[in-house]
Design a binder for this molecule. Sequence first.
Ligand code: NAD
Length: 297
Amino acid sequence: MANIGFIGLGNMGGPMAVNLVKAGHSVKVFDLVAENVIAAVAEGASSAATAIEAVKDVAFVISMLPSGPIVESLYMHDTMLLDEIDSSTLVIDCSTIAPENAVNLANAAKEKGITAIDAPVSGGVGGAKAGTLTFIVGGDQSAFETAKPILEGMGKNVFHAGGHGAGQVAKICNNMLLAVHMIGTAEALQMGVDNGLDASVLSDIMLQSSGRNWSLELYNPYPGVMDGVPASNDYNGGFQVDLMNKDLGLAIDVALKSKSTTPMGNIAKSLYVMLSRQGNGGKDFSSVQKLFSQLDQ
Ligand code: NAD
């Protein structure tokens, strides 16, 4: 069992840190929000007074933070954690950030003799709580092998996508596709309803037909079709529209740099920005259904 420092105990990081405790690790936690630290300590973690204290005398540092600039600021600039971390410690950043932020962190770490890998996740808050996340790792093979048993304490699938930043590229590709099939599912359901079909019946038909996809099968965006999904809870909980917007922004940046053509991703980004501007930034991303059905208007 390992000594782990964990920074960033939000919707995702909080339950992830708790799952590491449940897996038998000794977990020292830090967050800017005291209540988040208290909640993790109540589940068996120990608290660090500062980020610097959290990274001392641990074999692994795991971070789960909102954005690339925050990750760089914490490790490389303002807090300069890389100056405090021992070279034997493996840094695993699980935040969803731009690939170049991940590469910058890996390179800055390497200059100090530290290994840092990117390991963004898929599976949402439900997966974080259930310990069923998918981890998508970017970094060298030996660091991947070292990280794998630790990540398995928080998830059920751990993939090695490639070198530094590759985990982020794979995660961003996935979330762009997720946005596209969620929007496609919502518009198809609304067209059916507008033409007299029952959304549940249409969903059943498409689930056994070629329109089948993850959004339709596990995360139906039409209210009342599926129990236990945000659409049946006024689009509360789940994966926020503004986080989807962040990921689509990252996708557009990646596409620009690689000169990739991503028309569907660009349309998805426009629709999600529109949805956010209508006051849904904090709602689940399946609330894109509202753009087509105008449920609240
Ligand atoms: P969140 O806003 O709930 O949590 C972020 C946490 O980081 C907060 O508790 C905040 O106080 C803390 N924090 C910010 N700056 C800090 C600093 N300098 N030092 C210490 N703590 C700091 O966000 P979240 O939903 O947990 O998402 C975290 C990351 O996971 C994001 O990159 C997001 O894109 C990604 N992600 C989220 C989901 C999801 O469904 N929410 C799914 C997959 C990936």
